[in-house]
Design a protein around this ligand. Structure first.
Ligand SMILES: Cc1cc2nc3c(=O)[nH]c(=O)nc-3n(C[C@H](O)[C@H](O)[C@H](O)COP(=O)(O)O)c2cc1C
Length: 231
């Protein structure tokens, strides 16, 4: 399917048929998800494909039993955890060296990333970082933050959301349907998936073949000229 056809096909579907979506379709969508652009290529995301009937039932309940979850064939949780920069640091440094990337890139991964992703106990480093960037920022453009744990979490959440979008478009391109959900009980999802306290469920995605009452109507958007500002 062409890219723009997949974009047009994707809708938030809340009613699915009983048709089984082959695992290959989901795997292919994960391949697309992990190719999403992400902050500093730190890949601070996890994808939980909840397949076992018991946990799946609990996940549906945690999704407030909304129909998009209840009727889904597959349920995937996209999660973000800024602490996962540590998982990618070693492989990234090796990769940077193997491709002979400029020295600054090597320094970026070995020195700057650990600094950026450090906020200290109770965000104790945040004021120092803020002061440093504010003072230097008076004289030249500076990246402002992330300062706090919450800021770093926001960075990770952005990347995870982009992966989620790649995932749903890849499902659409294969002729199936999805619904992204943030209407869920995050504490229950965390407990169910035994997530660390630094990890956050960003989105639950349901997958299936759309049923008769798939959407409430044609897609609605504000006119483009209201939201696109040409400066
Ligand atoms: C961050 C996010 C959270 C959403 N949460 C839910 C949800 O919990 N339940 C649901 O039925 N749809 C959910 N949606 C789907 C939106 O309602 C839907 O994208 C929007 O109404 C536009 O419709 P469309 O996707 O068919 O174009 C969510 C979408 C996004 C991006």
């Amino acid at each position: 399917m062409e890219f723009f056809d997949a974009v047009a096909r994707r809708r938030s579907v809340r009613d699915y048929t009983d048709e089984v979506v082959p695992d290959d379709v989901i795997q292919k969508a994960f391949d697309a998800a992990i190719l999403a652009p992400n902050s500093s290529n730190t890949q601070t995301w996890n994808f939980y494909w909840v397949k076992s009937p018991g946990p799946k039932k609990k996940l549906v309940e945690a999704c407030l039993s909304q129909s998009a979850a209840r009727k889904a064939n597959h349920l995937i949780v996209v999660a973000a955890d800024p602490n996962l920069w540590r998982r990618s640091q070693g492989p990234l440094i090796q990769w940077v060296q193997s491709v002979n990337a400029p020295k600054q890139v090597q320094l970026y991964y070995s020195k700057l990333i650990p600094f950026i992703y450090r906020w200290g106990i109770f965000n104790s480093m945040a004021p120092i970082k803020w002061l440093a960037t504010t003072v230097i920022g008076l004289f030249r453009p500076m990246a402002r933050g992330p300062y706090t744990r919450r800021d770093a979490q926001e960075v990770a959440i952005k990347s995870a959301a982009l992966a989620a979008e790649n995932f749903v478009l890849a499902i659409a391109a294969q002729g199936y349907d999805t619904c992204m959900m943030e209407g869920f009980d995050s504490s229950r999802v965390r407990r169910l998936l035994k997530m660390k306290c630094s990890e956050r469920a960003v989105m639950v995605i349901s997958v299936g073949r759309q049923g008769e009452r798939a959407t409430w109507g044609p897609q609605f958007r504000l006119p483009k000229d209201q939201v696109v500002k040409i400066v």
